[in-house]
Ligand binder design. Structure first.
Ligand SMILES: [Zn+2]
Length: 204
């Protein structure tokens, strides 16, 4: 692309770094922004600025939050005996949308993936063990994607958690293998949480 302006080229280059955004789309987005009012563009850039500087991670469940402890962890209406373990904040959003789960969450921040060099130490696994050790939790639901990485992570967590006096369950896999949790429809996801199964039964 031959740009008539260095500033335009730089902006297109930055937008083009976003996942799923090619050069053409990046150019379309930048030209669109150029046509917006100063106030709109300012709101846009402020929200991006604050995204990195002000967003926090809940110190209990590690979900993205505006506060040190997120709204779910600090709610008195939630069942504190059940913790649903998920890969990232998109899964929390998907499960909350089902209205089928009233417990707490634990956000791992990824899945174990030797191929991508992600090991257990890169995830919030110790934080989960600490929560279970504190004794309030009676059940841990491992709600991870039905992928190789999901299964590897579930098995690792199971070995870490099996000696505690808690129930360990996985969500029922009405979800096809390879299914990413965030793409599953709400009804299927809600049902798979309601009909979760003890993990021991899976490993035999
Ligand atoms: Zn939290």
């Amino acid at each position: 692309m031959n740009f008539s302006s260095k500033l335009l080229e730089q902006a297109v280059e930055e937008f083009g770094k976003l996942p799923g955004v090619g050069k053409k789309t990046a150019l379309r987005l930048v030209l669109h922004l150029l046509k917006q009012s100063d106030a709109d563009v300012s709101r846009f850039t402020t929200s991006l600025d604050r995204l990195k500087s002000d967003i926090k991670y809940c110190k209990t469940c590690f979900n993205i939050s505006d506060h040190d402890v997120c709204e779910i962890c600090s709610s008195v209406k939630r069942d504190r005996h059940i913790v649903c373990v998920v890969e990232d904040t998109r899964d929390v959003m998907a499960i909350e949308n089902t209205n089928q789960f009233n417990g707490l969450y634990h956000v791992l921040g990824g899945l174990i993936s030797p191929m991508e060099g992600v090991g257990p130490a890169d995830l919030k696994i110790e934080g989960l063990i600490d929560r279970v050790r504190s004794g309030e939790i009676q059940e841990v639901i491992l709600a991870l994607s039905a992928t190789m990485e999901g299964d590897t992570t579930i098995f690792y967590l199971y070995r870490k958690l099996r000696d505690f006096q808690i129930q360990i369950s996985t969500i029922a896999r009405g979800i096809s293998f390879g299914g990413e949790l965030e793409y599953v429809d709400e009804i299927t996801l809600g049902r798979s949480i309601a009909t979760r199964i003890p993990y021991e039964r899976n490993v035999g």
